[in-house]
Design a binder for this molecule. Sequence first.
Ligand code: SF4
Ligand code: SF4
Length: 212
Amino acid sequence: LARAKVIRPVVRSFAAGFQTEAGLHVRAGGHAVVWTSPNRARLVFRKPTPGHEEDLGLWSLLDMGKTSWKAVSRGPLHGLATSPIPRDCIDLVKERIVRDSVHRSATRTMRLDCQACAACCRKNRVELLDVDLARFRRAGRMDLARPPYVRRDGKKLVLRLLESKDCRHLMADKRCGVYELRPDACRTFPAGSEGCLFSREEELGIVDGARD
Ligand code: SF4
Ligand code: SF4
């Protein structure tokens, strides 16, 4: 992804009695954290479009180690997607709320340049899928499925990192050395997702909202 404009949801906190407001926020493109007690909350977001792997609601769940959600069947949140927030992610979600509190609207616009960033190409865990192996095979590059490029993690094959924690395919100019053949995990990782913002903060010290 070259320089791109990303419109991403603003994460906002709502007490249980403010579900109508939470619903309006989500329908306008935001993500709502609806609290039922000080340490129990659920994430509410728009229902992902089937087949749209870059949906930022889904990636917000993935960042909490979850993949499943349910559609709300009645009340002000009717028709929206929801998922309980795991206990060990409550602090994480509180940080997202503070981070986004500087934005007034339900969404915010970011300008991201993956080619000048590459934060998510460090300290990551990229699993190779059958589709990736097939891509390597078609290109005559099955060496990419062997050491030193990969390691075994149980039954999974994952890309190896350098000692510096950079992906072995990351070049000095921050470009991917196997861009045309990069694994699906790299292709579908969306700029502007929670995982992207986390990487940028961890690796580059860029706190979304504070500096860009
Ligand atoms: S962290 Fe985000 S902006 Fe940076 S390269 Fe990855 S997807 Fe692009
Ligand atoms: S394969 Fe390329 S896009 Fe994927 S993590 Fe490595 S350098 Fe980044």
